[in-house]
Design a protein around this ligand. Structure first.
Ligand code: ADP
Ligand code: MG
Length: 644
């Protein structure tokens, strides 16, 4: 709608206000010249841009928009000798327009600001010397020196040194995170006190966060359902109001009023009946909420996602990487008929290709033990099962019992009984039908999982389920720890099982949200009414499929986002009820009770302003996390993945 740049728009509105003040001053003080001068300023500064916009819309898009109604009403008022009323109308109209534009700009900037913080140059280590280079010239594999206080120019991994990293720009989390060799560091975060060497993982603009923000800004162009409704409604209604005013003009004439008075009444009716407040009540609230959420590390892909989340009454959670930390640990290892180091080298070689949290645990173990991975080529991932590659004659694979069955390997070996007894995730390594050994991987619930679930239940969510591809004993242990009842824990699931469980929940419970991180969650994320991805930590496909991305791993923010969404829906309802109510009263007054035009003008534009301000209240309602928990340690996909 706004064709003018923000500054010009603001300047014109200011000019309109000045003109209005002069006109009123002149009128009160009896200075006719000042009054007329002021009115001319108002009609030019307030009326001409609106006319241009309205005619532009009519010409290019063949839409009659509300701008046109306002301009016609003001001109009609001036024509029947009530220029002051027309001027008040134009002034308040440009004021509410400007406020609306500012709210929109603010929502957009909150997201863009996340990206603006990247430094332009970086210190690159070339052999023994260090050079300052343009950050855009950094290539994967380059070593960058980070001095204390420096912003991280690109995504990468710490090679040497240790220090506290402030990730508030990305996660909204104010507590710094300690990081050392092997840890991932992210574009636009700040190295507070370490002297670090980092290896560049991705060229500039390719970071997970950059891609995520692109995804979100593109998606936000899509309008919320209620926004679409109000736009559609506004269009039909505008035509009806114009027709109604013309009809009223005829009726008043027929009732024996003078042409001037009939015109005045028709113009009053036009003002009273214009749906400005109705049309703006939804975007004012949605844009403010989007912006408040973005500042708290929750990115909604558009207003539709907010409205859908507000209606959600049931949540389903993936386990690994969502309810549990991405920081799984290898706790036990059993090699069969080969040295442990060889076993681990081959396991690491194949897991080097995986984005799964288990793969990451294996890679960390390899670094800890100083083992060099054996490269494995031609790798294929089987979500919820494992991963297969080529290594000599028989395929080499890693995964769960389902994977072993696929390879016709027998996992029921006496050597592995000790690992089997622990209620931990087991990963078998095999070559063809032969099992080479297994590791047990323990993952812990996130510190924020329990409080996050409690906050959701406190917020009125009655049904929460856990869905995992992991085996039953592990699922039960973690689930019980988090307070799930037995029938809320679903284990041994494939991606398709998650989808049908989510669909079942949707059938029984109304709106369902699915929260997940993995490749095997993408279908369920898409099927749910609202898909929520563990943004920075999750896989790219999960992010694509989701409607909401959590940049922070703090699950209490999920409950906060749910609360914000419900509050937004409530404010939209308030706005619509108020706007429609006010309009009905004004229209009845104008049609039957000789409502004076100034009252119609102030009632109409004042109502619009109130609705905008009511929506803007959401800006002051940011999403806050729980400071003490999961100190924003995001695990980014592709962490420490050596190119094998
Ligand atoms: P969740 O549904 O809880 O996120 P997943 O479906 O991602 O868990 O994984 C289910 C199981 O599949 C894991 O517990 C693991 O046994 C196996 N698996 C998946 N990917 C891999 C991998 N890259 N390496 C080894 N095992 C894997
Ligand atoms: Mg997962």
């Amino acid at each position: 709608m706004p064709a003018l740049p923000a500054q010009t728009d603001t300047a014109l509105t200011a000019l309109t206000l000045v003109g209005m003040a002069a006109a009123l001053g002149g009128w009160i003080g009896g200075a006719a010249l000042v009054e007329t001068g002021g009115l001319i300023v108002v009609y030019l500064a307030g009326g001409v841009p609106a006319t241009v916009r309205a005619l532009g819309a009519l010409w290019r898009e063949r839409v009659l928009d509300i701008d046109l109604l306002m301009v016609i009403a003001a001109i009609a008022a001036a024509a029947v000798g009530a220029p002051m009323e027309g001027a008040v109308l134009l002034t308040l109209f440009s004021l509410s327009n400007t406020l609306e534009n500012r709210a929109m700009g603010r929502a957009r900037r909150a997201v863009e600001a996340l990206m603006a913080l990247r430094p332009d140059t970086a210190l690159r280590r070339d052999g023994d010397s260090v050079h300052e280079v343009v950050a855009a010239d950094l290539r994967p594999g380059d070593i960058v020196v980070l001095r204390p206080g420096a912003r991280v120019p690109v995504d990468g991994e710490i090679v040497t040194g240790e220090g506290a990293i402030d990730e508030a720009t990305i996660t909204g989390e104010s507590m710094p995170v300690r990081k050392g060799p092997g840890a991932a560091v992210h574009e636009a975060t700040v190295n507070l006190n370490g002297v670090l060497d980092m290896r560049v993982a991705r060229a500039i603009g390719q970071s997970t966060v950059a891609r995520m923000i692109r995804l979100v800004t593109e998606a936000q162009a899509a309008r919320a359902p209620s926004e679409r409704f109000s736009a559609w409604f506004g269009q039909r209604y505008t035509v009806a109001v114009l027709g109604g005013a013309i009809l009223a003009f005829g009726v008043f004439l027929w009732l024996g009023r003078s042409p001037d008075e009939a015109m005045y009444r028709a113009a009053t009716l036009l003002v009273a009946a214009s749906p400005c407040a109705i049309v703006i009540s939804v975007p004012a609230a949605i844009l403010s909420a989007l912006s408040a959420a973005a500042r708290g590390g929750v990115l909604f892909k558009g207003g539709g996602a907010i409205e859908a989340l507000a209606a959600v009454r049931a949540f389903a959670f993936d386990k690994t990487g969502t309810l549990t930390t991405g920081q799984a640990e290898v706790t036990q290892m059993q090699a069969i008929a080969l040295p442990e180091a060889d076993f681990l080298a081959r396991l690491a070689g194949i897991e080097a290709h995986s984005e799964h949290p288990i793969a990451e645990a294996v890679r960390r173990e390899v670094v800890r033990r100083g083992v060099t991975p054996v490269p494995v080529a031609n790798v294929t991932a089987f979500p919820s099962e494992g991963i297969v590659g080529e290594d000599g004659d028989a395929p080499i694979w890693a995964g769960n019992p389902r994977m072993a069955r696929r390879m016709a390997a027998d996992t029921d070996l006496p050597e592995l009984s000790r690992l089997n007894e622990a209620a931990q995730t087991m990963v078998f390594l095999g070559q063809g039908r032969r099992i080479l050994g297994a590791v047990a991987v323990a993952d812990r619930p996130r510190a924020s999982a329990q409080p996050g679930l409690t906050a959701l239940r406190d917020g009125g969510v009655r049904h929460i389920a856990m869905m995992t591809g992991d085996r039953r004993p592990v699922a039960d242990r973690i689930g019980r720890e988090l307070g799930f009842s037995q029938d809320e824990i679903h284990a041994d699931l494939l991606a398709a099982d998650k989808v049908s469980l989510v669909a079942g929940m949707a059938g029984e419970r109304g709106g369902v949200a699915f929260v997940g991180d993995g490749v095997n969650d993408a279908a369920a994320l898409a099927r749910a009414d609202v898909g929520i991805a563990m943004g920075a930590a999750g896989s790219e496909v999960a992010l694509q499929a989701a409607d909401v991305a959590l940049l922070s791993e703090d699950l209490t923010r999920l409950a906060e986002a749910h609360r914000l969404a419900r509050r937004t829906a409530a404010i939209i309802r308030q706005n619509l009820v108020f706007a429609i109510g006010a309009m009905v009263i004004l229209v009845l007054g104008a049609a039957f009770f000789e409502l004076p035009m100034p009252v119609a003008v102030i009632g109409h534009e004042g109502g619009t302003l109130l609705v905008v301000l009511n929506g803007l209240r959401l800006l002051g309602d940011p999403i806050r996390g729980d400071r003490r928990r999961d100190k924003g340690t995001p695990r980014f996909k592709g962490d420490a993945a050596p190119a094998a």
